[in-house]
Design a protein around this ligand. Sequence first.
Ligand SMILES: C[S@@+](CC[C@H](N)C(=O)[O-])C[C@H]1O[C@@H](n2cnc3c(N)ncnc32)[C@H](O)[C@@H]1O
Length: 530
Amino acid sequence: MAMKRGFLNSSKGKAAISSDATAAPANKPQTGTVNSNTSNWLGLEWQHIKDEPQNKIMRPPIGKIEKVEVPKGFENQLEMKTHDFNDLTFDARMTHICTTLPPVELTPNEPHTECLFVQGTKEIFLQKTPGFPQPLPSPPASPAFRLADIPGKGKGLIATRSLKQGDLILVERPLMITTVGVPVKYPETFTQAQIAQHSLNEFERYAAIVVDRLEESRREAFFALQNSHTEDGSGPIVGRTRTNGLGLANLQPGASGLESMYSAICDHISRLNHSCSPNTQPKFNRAMFAFELYAVREIAEGEELTFQYIDITRPAAERVEACKPYAFKCTCTACIEPTEESDARRQAIKAFLPIVRAWSTNPALADDWLINKCLEQIDLLEKEGMQYSEYYCLAVISIMDSYIALGDAKRASEWAARYKSLMWSEHYVAVDDLLDAQSPSYKKNGMWRMRKDNTPQGDAGKIMKMLAELAGPEGSKALGGGQEMYVFPEDMQSPRVRGILEKYFPIEELRKMMPKEEVDRYVAAGKRAK
Ligand SMILES: C[S@@+](CC[C@H](N)C(=O)[O-])C[C@H]1O[C@@H](n2cnc3c(N)ncnc32)[C@H](O)[C@@H]1O
């Protein structure tokens, strides 16, 4: 129950770059198969991901920087070789490879993506992605978007027809995907500015290899993209990558956070300008190796298509700061006329996390309590034009689940239909079997009538009641929702939390259920709490 997220391990990064022999641009079939995860993150941010002073990935500076000379002789050796992909030690994972995906020509003229990966990422697609590689759908006779000049924003995309919530606007395979930085070596005598510049230079060299591998028309498309990073030491390739990259998460085996993050650069989707009330959301389809762009609410013909580059649940003043790295000031309605009400609504949206299991086992709450809270959340999200967000999808599916817990299949099926149009959700799960209220899937659902019948019983029931009490009537950020629930380590030390945990699971009982070391650690955390 108590979970600690994995932290980055430090390691010596190797700096070899290899060209994958199986994947030159015109390469031949390989089989393979996966699942998708996009994070809404545009542009590139590096962080220290290693502790060794001489081998780091650096956070590059933002804005104009002083020009510095970088002494030569500390560049990485860019070796071209093939690899044994079974060797997934951390060092091996830090070895970069160039590859072309999908590795086959699926339909004539289908575009490929040039990739700069660390070891193990390609295998996620080839070996762990069901359905990979899947061909792209044939493009529609008339696209739902066009490229246009947008006053004050450079270029952007405009809807060529009206769109409904959930409509698929376009499917696009990225031009290229790169790691968010490369490990660099430098002597202790380097100044911070030299280290930053050296990191950018090294990244430019790696990225240039990938750009060189692009087919000519795709290379031209890459260089036609905007570069907003012309005065921060970035080269022409890294500058465009930082300006136009969409984040792709969880693509490095065994790693998390920035370390497993990649940046995808697209011909069309990278043209989307930012809005704090965006009307589209891209989702990466791993099987197709392509982004799908969805309309997250109704869009009128001629309206600009936008998505969010930053965390837009933050107050207006913080959003202004967050947009600075992208070299613009947001002119969406929420930013032009910032109000305290809008900031408060965004804060309330962020603060609420529906936990169906916690509500359904809490007799102190009314039967319609969670449904009403989720309806309020949907109302706030719609007022702020934030239907793109996971909060929206979570509120809709939680209402469906609440009706299941109440044993009301008719209403649950109405909300299942609504949820079905929210395909852009990162956590989207198919609900087709719940669209018909008569479906036998209802009675088989683990939450069916849970609220009515006071199920489940036993330890599972005890855990849920305990979580309900921990969450309190308003729900709590201390608890994550969904199938799994967590108590975060910092909360384990709170006397209130300890009191509730020990009421349901006294230490003596835990000793019979769990390994000794785990219980000892838990007891020690409790002592610190007192
Ligand atoms: C990914 S590009 C978007 C497409 C770009 N406008 C173009 O001409 O190709 C990001 C850059 O577009 C501009 N941009 C994006 N959103 C904007 C906005 N809301 N207002 C003004 N400029 C914006 C900024 O220069 C930003 O660095």
